[in-house]
Design a protein around this ligand. Structure first.
Ligand SMILES: *Cc1c(COP(=O)(O)O)cnc(C)c1O
Length: 521
């Protein structure tokens, strides 16, 4: 299905030019690109060739089960292979094509079913089409003037997501990633409570404390440094074994802040923590936030996809009580990177917080409805339109197709969990996982059936890095590993199941591959 889609899209625009292109074909190999660009048949030929390489090498071969997920080279070797130097003389199109091939050859194929390393995997053809078209149009989404279509698409998708969350009169804006959207949330919260800080700064103001769980994403710490809250005032709340925030501890920490004369200000709940996939109990956090007058933000960067599934939506019960939600649509939902947004309960707050009235961009006396100039909703000036990657995907799959995508990931991860549970040599880090990231140790035969002493754990800690190295050197699979020192866990594998092309047989292969590469350890 991938090939016809890509080709139709592209070839329809090329058809008229094919005869010209044929004439120029012989010249092509030595040609340099002329400044006439798209009047020049050689340009069209070049793009057609790039397109073919992209489809054949990056997509068809890149996602095949037989092809390596990566052809790893160490940095110094890769530098040489890539022929990095830019010369004074322009390169020929033929040389650039060779560059393109090398770029694809040595890049990681995240579309492969053997790629389990990150919180995204698989390449959705409709989203990819969105990515191509966005780049072919090369514009900014700050004003209706230069991005009429993208502005309307973003507003449509923002409203659709707000209604999924349960915001009746919500608002939102896309931004470059979950970290950025979490940062935006702290900024919004500060403006809402202390609008004067926008103009006066934080001098002679009370110290504001922000809370999040000890399993939450590190981006809140960065926001603390960036916006002047101070990283010391980002307070970590204890979690249970599964990684969910303990509300009793939140209450304790809030009281401690008050005793110090600090203002309890902001809580970030997590839906799908990065390592263990924990979903905080949102209703409990919401209660605590209303009680202490704190902003309630949800980081659903990874796990927000459950909002699309009637089967798993319950994991986010209470989401509509949050003041803001950050969600990476490029993770579980499968839009191409990047595609993230912040969604806010109170309409208008994004503008009020970020507005700077740039008179060269947001002239109030334009001839159209300037409420469609959405640029002042965010900190960015120019901003890439990321929405087409989502809109085309969502249209192409429908609500039902996206829901199936999410449920398939859960189904695969549950199958994998039960295989890991019943296969000797594998040990789950916790008995059940709420999301589709699964954490486990591989115990090689030499370490099985022994007492789990600190020395034994020290040996187990060395296993996953070695297996990972072997996997990458062979290019056979990519799975991440990490320790979780907060919980006293040494290095374990963290596999992320999200690619809908994965079948049970691929899950089986994860176990056999780890066993094959690690049984001698
Ligand atoms: C990925 C992730 C983020 C960060 O998102 P970026 O787009 O990489 O900045 C934040 N929170 C959670 C839970 C995540 O999984």
């Amino acid at each position: 299905m991938l090939r016809p889609l890509c080709q139709n899209l592209y070839l329809s625009t090329l058809k008229n030019r094919q005869s010209l292109v044929a004439l120029q074909r012989s010249l092509h190999s030595t040609n340099r690109m002329s400044d006439k660009t798209y009047e020049d048949p050689a340009t069209i030929q070049f793009l057609e060739d790039v397109h073919k390489i992209m489809v054949d090498d990056a997509l068809v071969k890149g996602t095949s089960r037989e092809a390596p997920v990566v052809e790893f080279r160490h940095p110094e070797d890769l530098k040489k292979l890539l022929q990095l130097p830019v010369k004074n003389e322009p390169a020929t199109s033929a040389e650039i094509l060779e560059d393109c091939k090398r770029v694809i050859k040595y890049s990681v194929k995240t579309g492969s079913v053997q790629f389990y390393n990150q919180l995204y995997a698989g390449i959705e053809p409709y989203s990819l089409a969105g990515s191509w078209i966005t780049d072919a149009l090369n514009t900014n989404i700050h004003t209706f003037e230069v991005a009429p279509v993208f502005v309307l698409l973003e507003q449509y998708c923002v409203q659709k997501i707000c209604s999924l969350i349960g915001y009746e009169n919500g608002d939102g804006v896309f931004g470059s990633g979950g970290s950025f959207c979490n940062l935006m949330a702290t900024h919004l919260a500060r403006y809402k409570r202390y609008p004067q800080m926008k103009t006066e700064g934080m001098y002679n103001q009370p110290i504001l404390d922000l809370y999040t769980s000890d399993q939450a994403h590190y981006s809140l710490l960065k926001a603390g440094g960036y916006l002047g809250f101070g990283t010391d005032n980002i307070i970590r709340i204890k979690t249970d074994d599964g990684g969910r925030m303990l509300i009793d501890d939140l209450e304790v920490k809030v009281e401690e802040s008050k005793k110090k004369g600090h203002i309890p200000f902001f809580v970030m709940g997590s839906c799908g923590t990065t390592v263990m996939g924990a979903y905080d109990t949102l209703n409990e956090i919401a209660d605590s936030c209303s009680k202490h007058n704190m902003w309630f933000h949800i980081d659903a960067a990874w796990g927000g996809g459950v909002l699309l599934s009637s089967k798993y939506r319950h994991l986010m019960d209470g989401v509509e009580r949050a003041d803001s939600v950050a969600w990476n649509l490029h993770k579980m939902v499968g839009a191409n990177i990047q595609c993230s947004g912040i969604f806010v309960k109170e309409k208008g707050l994004l503008e009020k917080t970020n507005r700077a009235y740039a008179e060269y961009l947001f002239q109030p006396d334009k001839f159209y409805d300037v409420s469609y100039d959405i640029g002042d909703k965010t900190v960015q000036c120019g901003r890439k339109a990321d929405v087409l990657k989502l809109w085309l995907l969502w249209k192409g799959k429908g609500d039902s197709g996206l829901s199936e995508r999410i449920e398939k990931a859960f189904d695969n991860s549950q199958y994998l969990t039960s295989k890991l549970r019943e296969t000797s040599g594998f040990k789950l880090v916790i008995p059940e996982f709420q999301c589709t990231n699964i954490c486990f140790w591989y115990i090689p035969p030499s370490l099985r059936g022994q007492e789990e002493t600190p020395e034994w754990w020290a040996k187990v800690a060395k296993v996953s890095p070695i297996i990972k190295q072997r996997m990458i050197e062979e290019g056979s699979m990519m799975i991440g590993f990490c320790p979780l020192s907060m919980k006293g866990h040494v290095n374990f594998f963290r596999i992320i199941v999200v690619n809908p092309a994965c079948e049970y047989s691929d899950m089986d292969k994860v176990l056999t591959e780890i066993e094959r590469l690690g049984k001698d350890l």
